[in-house]
Design a protein around this ligand. Structure first.
Ligand SMILES: C[S@@+](CC[C@H](N)C(=O)[O-])C[C@H]1O[C@@H](n2cnc3c(N)ncnc32)[C@H](O)[C@@H]1O
Length: 182
């Protein structure tokens, strides 16, 4: 079977090796759209950057279950959302529920403590990759954008260039997790 790696809610994002889909193709609120798209196929991986915060929490739980159903065993969802523990007040203003610009559509602000259970309830095993804890400390696991690029991450976001060069603070990061189907 060919490898099937799918971006959900891709917007303008395009990454080599990944099939970019929009809500019109795969709607996290519509199981029928997944049934139509996948048939008997299953995904090796889903990539979903800054989409889950646009879903009501109850819908977010159902979406986790839907995505889990369409992963092959051993496949994974790489998911990134704004991080409710990011210590920068400017960041929090930008990502707040009902915030400015694109955030006007934000329905929820997750932390590792609130996003992880949604995925474990769906039968997935969670591996945090990047997150802030409640004391304002940043954590990063040894992960590679080559397995699934997330732009708004410490590795890739242009706002973290100074940090990558060791001459400035972190700018824009995400709560970033892998959720693996056993
Ligand atoms: C802030 S944009 C992020 C776009 C892109 N992932 C990125 O990181 O640049 C939010 C995206 O979520 C998508 N979206 C919102 N609700 C969705 C749903 N129910 N199913 C799939 N995608 C959804 C929107 O269509 C939009 O593309």
């Amino acid at each position: 079977m060919p490898v099937l790696k799918v971006i959900l809610g891709a917007g303008e994002q395009r990454w080599p090796g990944w099939t970019a889909t929009q809500q019109a193709d795969l709607d996290l609120l519509d199981p029928q759209s997944f049934a139509r798209f996948f048939g008997t196929r299953r995904a090796d991986a889903f990539l979903c950057e800054h989409v889950w915060e646009h879903l009501e929490p109850a819908d977010g739980q159902a979406a986790a279950q839907l995505v889990a159903r369409y992963l092959r065993p051993g496949g994974f969802l790489r998911v990134a959302v704004p991080d409710g523990h990011h210590p920068d007040p400017d960041y929090q203003a930008l990502v707040a529920v009902g915030g400015p610009g694109p955030a006007a559509d934000h329905r929820v602000l997750y932390t590792l403590e609130t996003l992880a259970p949604l995925l474990t309830n769906a039968g997935l095993t969670v591996w945090p990759l990047e997150w802030w804890d409640r004391t304002g400390t940043f954590h990063r696991a040894d992960w590679s954008p080559h397995d699934g690029p997330v732009y708004r991450s410490s590795h890739l976001d242009h706002r973290n260039e100074a940090w990558r060069q060791g001459r400035g603070p972190l700018g824009f990061t995400s709560l970033l997790l892998d959720a693996v189907k056993p």
